[in-house]
Design a protein around this ligand. Structure first.
Ligand code: NAP
Length: 213
């Protein structure tokens, strides 16, 4: 399964403000591009914190998806705690297939009946989640839309293949604001090296595409 991420990032590397609220960093072109990338994936995965901050489902049809162009796009949330709204727009969109992927200790009760809920028993919940999406949900191409903690977890286990970033001309600042990659971070000698595959400038934004492995 191809795993790739897409995020809009401020010039100082942030995805959100220090309040963790949703902030629209990108332009109309960035949103158009997001739709193109979504349309080329079989499923979208986000972290629990992103789910709590921005509960809109990803409805874009899989125009060129190789798996089954008519089945709804998988909208998956990875959570360690299970904390999140049970009544959410995320679950009310018939064009999507909502999936909750919980860690061993997650509180997973109370989600609407049509939501698929899975619990990991093993040590690596992230690897388990990817395997499940690939083998049980038939995802051949998975788009990860953040946030920074989830991206770190994927880079840590070397399961992120490609990274798309829109560099937006704003400064957010704040040492506690989410960055593109958070988690514990890598130390010297562990840095992940990327290869620039493509870039394009559209007005004030730069659209970057990297290979991670
Ligand atoms: N600009 C953009 O393109 C963009 C895109 C996405 C998000 N954002 C912003 O980024 C912020 C959220 O990013 P974030 O880095 O704080 O969080 P995040 O990556 O969205 O979510 C982190 C959460 O993912 C779950 N998780 C991570 N590793 C796990 C594991 N091994 N097992 C089980 N669950 C695991 C946990 O969920 P639980 O906490 O539920 O246990 C963890 O707290 C929000 O403000 C959002 O609006 C911006």
């Amino acid at each position: 399964m191809r795993v790739f991420s897409n995020n809009a990032m401020s010039l100082d590397g942030k995805l959100a403000t220090r309040r963790q609220d949703h902030v629209a960093l990108g332009s109309d072109e960035d949103r158009r591009w997001m739709g193109v990338l979504r349309a080329g994936s079989d499923g979208v995965l986000i972290g629990g914190a992103t789910f709590r901050n921005w509960d809109l489902p990803c409805v874009e049809a899989r125009g060129q998806g190789p798996h089954s162009p008519t089945s709804p796009i998988v909208n998956a949330v990875l959570t360690r705690t299970g904390v999140g709204p049970r009544e959410s727009r995320f679950f009310r969109e018939p064009r999507t297939r909502p999936v909750i992927l919980g860690g061993p200790g997650a509180e997973l009760a109370g989600f609407p009946a049509h939501v698929a809920v899975h619990r990991s028993e093993g040590p690596s919940t992230v690897a388990w989640a990817l395997d499940l999406l690939e083998h049980e949900y038939g995802c051949r191409s998975l788009l990860v839309e953040g946030g920074g903690d989830l991206l770190f977890r994927l880079l840590e286990i070397e399961r992120l293949d490609e990274l798309f970033v829109t560099l937006c001309p704003s400064i957010v600042g704040g040492r506690d604001a989410t960055t593109l990659v958070d988690g514990e971070g890598f130390l010297a000698g562990q840095l992940r090296q990327l290869r620039l595959l493509d870039f394009r400038r559209v007005e004030e934004e730069i659209f970057l595409h990297y290979a991670c492995r």
